[in-house]
Design a protein around this ligand. Structure first.
Ligand SMILES: *[C@@H]1O[C@H](CO)[C@@H](O)[C@H](O)[C@H]1NC(C)=O
Ligand SMILES: *[C@@H]1O[C@H](CO)[C@@H](O)[C@H](O)[C@H]1NC(C)=O
Ligand SMILES: *[C@@H]1O[C@H](CO)[C@@H](O)[C@H](O)[C@H]1NC(C)=O
Ligand SMILES: *[C@@H]1O[C@H](CO)[C@@H](O)[C@H](O)[C@H]1NC(C)=O
Ligand SMILES: *[C@@H]1O[C@H](CO)[C@@H](O)[C@H](O)[C@H]1NC(C)=O
Ligand SMILES: *[C@@H]1O[C@H](CO)[C@@H](O)[C@H](O)[C@H]1NC(C)=O
Length: 422
């Protein structure tokens, strides 16, 4: 077309009269295109193409956009001419979806922005497009853009309730649907698991739905643990993070606890607690003993067993059985009942009395020793017991004074009494 339209005479003359060094100047024109343009399916995309201003001023004779097909052929889809304006000679894509951004600026050879707008993007628009400027006197220059047609996927995650068992099960599914190209899915899950990925056609043609299943051997610890599915896609500036809480159903894991170990006959009240971990929650607690039924002084109250009062019948093994929708779990606990606290106290008193008598005898013996040998240890007491100083100094020289003996016995008894409560 450029050759067909006659150039203005002065320019033609100029071309003919060009000095050799200017004639070899096509390098002075350059077009600027982006190597890749990305557009969303159904949306509008711009294919930028600019004439880069050079040292020599040039006039644009024509701009052509070519579309290359996979087989190596190409068709002209958009043309701009300074006199004739814009034309869209092809149907794929044609006039109805194409426009030059600068075409409304009117005609003229100052046309330097050949950016093309393509609307209602379709999958078949994905191709390489070449923008070519024909100029005078700069010659031709072109650049190619790879138009990529993308579709943003919709992502979602779901957990599957599983029941504790020996085999591995699908515990969560992450789906990225309608993406183009297909999305990449990763699991960042604390429990190490395998993922099984399948790819199917999306709803819109040439889009993809990627489904990733997280497969694990369930454990009770996995219940209520969070797992994260990471979806990476070209249309997302940052990966999409989707999290979900795993659900594992399991039968009760039971243990029995008590407040203390002070089980003695006559204790007013004591209790045992049946602690169960399960999913779902326990529906029933059943207390029994190894021999069968509960002792008469034990009363079960759900997870609690209240013993009131403690007697020898409680010296046994208690079993707590807990049931939920999945199954039953149990634990046992053997109680060792001790003697009553009052009999313990009276025995302690007896021990105290024996100690008092022994100490008293030792005291008496030492006084006799003092009297017989006339060597008294009383001298040392002078410093801190001035009241007795008179008695002891006299005692050594005269007969045995009765008050001293009484005082010694009293002291021992006092000590004994003080020691008792400790
Ligand atoms: C080409 O275009 C890009 C983006 O529009 C711009 O950053 C770059 O400077 C241009 N290059 C030239 C040589 O003009
Ligand atoms: C466009 O060209 C690039 C190489 O320049 C090639 O890798 C790509 O596959 C082409 N795209 C299409 C849709 O032909
Ligand atoms: C992945 O899942 C598909 C469909 O559920 C199944 O047919 C296939 O055997 C699984 N592959 C693996 C390795 O688990
Ligand atoms: C409680 O457990 C005992 C012993 O296992 C059993 O005999 C009894 O039937 C159970 N009671 C209930 C209500 O399940
Ligand atoms: C209490 O039970 C234990 C076994 O748990 C047994 O060895 C002990 O003799 C019992 N005590 C009495 C007083 O029955
Ligand atoms: C108590 O539990 C243990 C295991 O925890 C078990 O070996 C034992 O047989 C149980 N005793 C009774 C009486 O159920």
């Amino acid at each position: 077309m450029a050759q067909a339209s006659p150039l203005p005479l002065p320019k033609l003359l100029l071309l003919l009269l060009l000095p050799p060094h200017l004639g070899a100047a096509p390098q002075t024109v350059q077009v600027n295109v982006s190597s890749v343009a990305r557009g969303l399916l159904g949306a509008e995309v711009r294919l930028p193409c600019h004439l880069v201003p050079g040292e020599v001023e040039v006039q644009v004779s024509q701009v052509t956009w070519l579309r290359h097909d996979q087989t190596g052929g190409s068709v002209s889809i958009a043309v701009f001419h300074p006199i004739h304006g814009a034309g869209f000679p092809s149907t794929g894509p044609g006039e109805e979806r194409l426009a030059f951004v600068s075409q409304s600026q009117g005609l003229g050879s100052e046309f330097q922005d050949a950016t093309l707008v393509l609307q209602d993007l379709r999958v078949e628009d994905e191709a390489n497009y070449t923008c070519e400027f024909a100029t005078f006197p700069g010659g031709n220059s072109k650049g190619t853009t790879w138009l990529r047609v993308l579709a943003e996927p919709k992502n979602h995650i779901e957990a599957h309730e599983v029941t504790l068992g020996p085999g591995s099960m699908t515990m969560a599914t992450c789906v990225s649907s309608g993406g183009r190209p297909p999305a990449r899915i990763y699991w960042s899950s604390p429990p190490a698991g395998q993922s099984n990925e399948t790819r199917t056609a999306g709803l819109a043609s040439d889009t993809f739905t990627v489904t990733s299943r997280l497969t694990l051997i369930p454990t009770a610890q996995m219940n209520e643990k969070e797992v994260i599915c990471k979806v990476e896609h070209e249309t997302l500036s940052e990966p999409a993070l989707l999290s979900i809480t795993l659900v594992v159903r399991y039968s009760p894991k039971v243990s029995i606890s008590s407040h203390d170990e002070d089980w003695y006959v006559g204790r007013e009240k004591a209790s045992l607690s049946c602690d169960a971990q399960s999913n779902p929650k326990p529906t029933a607690y059943n207390w029994s003993t190894a021999s069968g039924f509960l002792p008469p002084t034990a009363l079960s109250d759900g997870p609690k067993l209240v013993i009131h009062p403690v007697d020898w019948s409680v010296n046994t093994t208690f079993i707590c059985q807990v049931t939920n929708a999945v199954g039953t779990g149990w634990a046992n606990r053997t109680i060792h009942v001790k003697e009553t606290l009052s009999s313990k106290e009276s025995r302690e008193k007896l021990v105290g009395t024996v100690v008092a008598i022994v100490v008293g005898l030792i005291g008496l013996g030492s006084i006799l020793y003092c009297v017989l040998t006339r060597r008294c240890p009383g001298q040392g007491r002078q410093n801190y017991s001035p009241n007795r100083q008179v008695y002891t100094s006299v005692a050594c020289t005269t007969s045995l004074p009765r008050p001293t003996q009484n005082t010694t016995a009293d002291d021992v008894n006092q000590n004994d009494r003080q020691a008792l409560p400790q």
